[in-house]
Each structure stands twice: as structure tokens, then as C-alpha cells.
Design a protein around this ligand. Structure first.
Ligand SMILES: [Zn+2]
Length: 212
């Protein structure tokens, strides 16, 4: 059983790596952001409750998120385990998660702030198909989507001020989780500044060597 938490600031390529790992090891990829969106769009009981907080400009309470994640753990695709992406972000959330499941790995994808800012501010998205471009995946014709030739735009949360705020929050609230899990000898770190495939190989090696 692998119960993996992937940690890393935005721009570290966490989502991409989580997807690749989930395929390679037949683990469920649980992205809490997507999970919320899914519950909200399906108007489930969780979705309705979460939406009330979001609409009021409030954070969704940890207890609600944990209940939602716990329900997700029971789905058949979690049989071999899961990769958690986007949760926990705070110590309180990590403690709450401990009540629900035993974490086997916490892996940090490390990148410096300068690179995170460079990667994120270069991101452009297509308004029509939603495809995201950036320094690692440039579009063929500058400013135009490869799929439909529509103009690309920069999302507000990819502007430098917003990125710096999120990075600050990551250093303040999320990075201390590594210390929290450290006594259990389940913390690992990989270099996220490398090309996607290289970082993936490093992650894969950790999971292979610890699952023997
Ligand atoms: Zn497009």
C-alpha cells in the first residue's frame, strides 16, 4: 500500500508528476482542488456545503475536506494506494489526516522561488480549449493555441504578485510539514528544476526502492 503525499510549491510540476506516478504505480491521483470542483458540479451534499463557504469568500473547513477525502479513499481505484496532491497544506490538516489514514511517503518536489516565478509568469492559457502553455511546453505560433489558433491569455493567479503570495504561504504553512513527518522516516525530496522526465525518474526510484 502506498499512501503518498506530494508536496511542492506551484510551478514545481506537482500535478504533472502525480499523474505520471499514478499511472506507473496504479495509484489513485487525488487532487483536492479537482475533488471539490467535481463535488460542486455534481451538486453532492459535500459540494453544496463547500460551495456555501466558497461563495461567502471563506475557506472550506478542514473537517469538511477531510470527510470528503476519507470518502474518496474508499473508492476501488485506491486499492493499491493513492497520491495526495494539494492536501495537507497546514499542520492542522496533517494532524487531521493522521486520524483517517497512515501516510507511507511524503515527497517534496523542490524548486527555488525564482524558477517557480519564471515558470508561472510565463504560463498562458487558451480561452477556448483550456490548454496551458509555458516555458516547458511552448506554443508553436507565439500567442496562439496549437489546437484551435485562439489567442492565449495570462490568468490573474499567474501574475507575479499573486504567485509571490502563494509562495510565501507555502514556505510559512506547508513546508513545516516536512519536519512534522520527519521522525517517521517517510520524508523524501527530489529536484523539481530538472526536465519533467528526470524528476519523474527520481520519484519513481523512491517509490520502487521503498516498496520492496
Ligand atoms: Zn485552444
Amino acid at each position: 500500500m502506498m499512501h503518498v503525499i506530494l508536496l511542492g510549491p506551484q510551478g514545481a510540476g506537482k500535478g504533472t508528476q502525480a499523474k505520471m506516478l499514478s499511472k506507473a504505480f496504479a495509484l489513485a491521483h487525488i487532487c483536492t482542488g479537482d475533488l471539490f470542483r467535481e463535488h460542486i458540479s455534481k451538486q453532492t451534499a459535500f459540494g453544496k456545503k463547500a460551495k456555501q463557504f466558497i461563495d461567502a469568500g471563506k475557506l472550506v473547513p478542514d473537517s469538511l475536506t477531510i470527510t470528503m477525502i476519507k470518502e474518496r479513499f474508499a473508492k476501488p481505484d485506491c486499492k493499491k494506494g493513492f497520491i495526495l496532491d494539494g492536501f495537507p497544506r497546514t499542520l492542522a490538516q496533517a494532524e487531521a489526516l493522521d486520524e483517517v489514514v497512515d501516510i507511507t511517503h511524503i515527497i517534496e518536489i523542490k524548486i527555488g522561488d525564482a524558477l517557480a516565478i519564471k515558470r508561472l509568469t510565463s504560463r498562458r492559457q487558451c480561452k477556448v480549449c483550456g490548454k496551458i502553455y509555458g516555458i516547458d511546453i511552448p506554443e508553436k505560433v507565439k500567442g496562439k493555441c496549437d489546437n484551435d489558433n485562439s489567442p492565449l491569455y495570462q490568468r490573474d493567479d499567474d501574475k507575479e504578485g499573486a504567485i509571490k503570495k502563494r509562495l510565501h504561504l507555502y514556505h510559512e504553512e506547508t513546508e513545516p510539514l516536512l519536519e512534522y513527518y520527519k521522525p517517521r522516516n517517510i520524508t523524501f525530496s527530489v529536484d523539481g528544476s530538472l526536465p519533467v522526465e528526470k524528476t519523474f525518474q527520481a520519484l519513481k526510484k523512491i517509490l520502487e526502492e521503498t516498496s520492496l
